[in-house]
Design a protein around this ligand. Structure first.
Ligand code: AMP
Ligand code: ZN
Length: 460
């Protein structure tokens, strides 16, 4: 194997060698579900989706875990603002996240653990840390990790502890022994969601959930641990400190981080208020165009969102679908230079821009063969183009569908059609209900009737 990966831990591109031959344990930190996902989330999770697809394409048996953070301060704040139970908020936004991620063609993880289902595992890790003198009960009753007891602290962010210390904000009301110490277990205030623990009713700090879920589902040592760049410090640094002080083993072999999606030269984020939700953008653009825009950039580079780049993404995709249009059925052509170059590019730390340039050469070759009148060979190359496109999660639609789909998805129109169909069904007007289903399916909308009502997603 010749796949090399840039590892944040070593700051080098190194040959990928999983801990167990051919098996890959991959954990990606998931969304805190208190609002709709924005394009920044789409950037990181699409990057990870391409990595997952490529590892599988290369024959690795990948177990992919992406968690859901379903308890934290922001969730509680949102629930209070809306006068809702915290789990109503997380349920609603988890459903919305799934709809958005389905639309972008993200593969479902093998496991999608929710933090609140792993409280016993978190408590057990915290008990071990206390026993091993890495954690203490602070004067306010919270349990904190004592950073200075973990010698490698700073290994991921490449800062030494003194540098980090001088950068840390010392809060006036601080009850910690050291400003860098972080909370493992937070005592509950009145009327906050709380779980029983040896230290009283409370809830976990953010970092501990990922150590607990990753180790429970994938074992004490992972091959790949990943997320967006902002997670390097403190979240992933703290995960290393917690996990390794419990197990005395290295936690993850490869740490991978996606570059930020930026808008107006700033990171897109909820706290800055400069975000565009995935649903907003899907109203304007076809989901595959959005995905193309995300995939066309190298995952570690910053990606700037502008309307201009979206238009470029659309035109690139149109060129690919034009090459795939009207081709007769064929077998995939094998052992081509295109496939070889595609693999070379992707083996080099998942270099999608180069991989796409190879696919453009392939599209060009299809046109050339066609112009020459060699329809059959053109079609064989077309099958290869679709196959390699699938590794990036693009070009899987029927070309005609793509050209007909037009711009974005009119979610309001879809919701209105679904409501009209419900009404028709209620009135036992089956003809009308079927007609509306057909209109939706012509719009490439797949509907699913379930106990909780009808949901929809875009077909790929
Ligand atoms: P959050 O829900 O804020 O905890 O974020 C979930 C994931 O999305 C993390 O891996 C973040 O690093 C990532 N993320 C958030 N904003 C951006 C952005 N603007 N660009 C890339 N990744 C982001
Ligand atoms: Zn995490």
């Amino acid at each position: 194997m010749t796949l090399s990966i840039f590892n944040t831990l070593t700051r080098e591109k190194t040959l990928f060698q999983p801990l167990k031959a051919n098996q890959v344990a991959m954990y990606v930190c998931g969304v805190t579900v208190y609002d709709y996902c924005h394009l920044g989330h789409a950037r990181t999770y699409t990057a990870m989706d391409v990595i997952l697809r490529y590892l599988r394409f290369r024959g690795y048996d990948v177990r992919y875990v992406r968690n859901i953070t379903d308890i934290d301060d922001k969730i509680i704040k949102r629930a209070n603002e809306k006068n809702e139970a915290y789990h109503e908020v997380t349920k609603r936004f988890t459903k919305a996240m799934h709809e958005d991620f389905d639309a972008l063609g993200l593969l479902a993880p093998n496991d999608e653990p929710r933090a609140t289902d792993y409280i016993p595992q978190m408590i057990s890790l915290i008990e071990t840390m206390i026993k091993k003198n890495h954690a203490y009960v602070a004067s306010n009753g919270d349990v904190c990790f004592q950073v200075r007891t973990f010698k490698e602290y700073g290994c991921l962010s490449h800062h030494d502890i003194e540098q980090l210390e001088s950068g840390a904000r010392v809060e006036v009301t601080d009850v910690k022994r050291d400003p860098l110490d972080f909370v493992l277990w937070k005592l509950a205030k009145p009327n906050e969601p709380a779980w029983d623990s040896p230290w009283g009713k409370g809830r976990p700090g953010w970092h501990i959930e990922c150590s607990a879920m990753a180790m429970k589902l994938l074992g004490e040592q992972l091959d790949i641990h990943a997320g967006g760049r902002d997670l390097i410090f403190p979240h992933h640094e703290n995960e290393i400190a917690q996990s390794q002080s419990c197990t005395d083993k290295s936690f993850a072999k490869y740490w991978m981080h996606a570059g930020f999606l930026q808008i107006d030269k700033e990171k897109m984020s909820k706290s800055l208020g400069n975000f565009v939700t995935i649903r907003d953008i899907l109203r304007e653009h076809n989901a595959e165009v959005v995905r193309y825009f995300l995939v066309a950039n190298h995952y570690r580079s910053p990606l700037v969102y502008t309307e201009d780049v979206m238009q470029k993404a659309k035109h690139s995709l149109m060129r690919f679908y034009t090459a795939l249009r009207f081709l007769p059925k064929a077998e995939r052509v094998e052992n081509t230079v295109f496939e070889k170059k595609f693999i070379e590019a992707m083996d080099d730390d998942f270099n999608t821009p180069i991989a796409l340039s190879v696919l453009f050469e392939l599209a060009h070759e299809i046109q050339r063969l066609r112009d020459k009148g060699d329809e059959q060979l053109a079609a064989q190359h077309g099958v290869l183009l679709k196959y390699l496109g699938g590794v990036l999660g693009i070009m899987q639609a029927d070309p005609e569908m793509f050209f007909q789909a037009g711009e974005g998805v009119d979610a309001e129109k879809i919701d209105a059609l679904i409501a009209a169909r419900q009404q028709a069904r209620k009135e036992k007007n089956w003809g009308e209900a079927d007609r509306i289903r057909k209109v939706l399916s012509d719009m490439n909308v797949v509907i699913e009737d379930g106990a909780a009502g009808t949901t929809w997603k875009l077909g790929m």
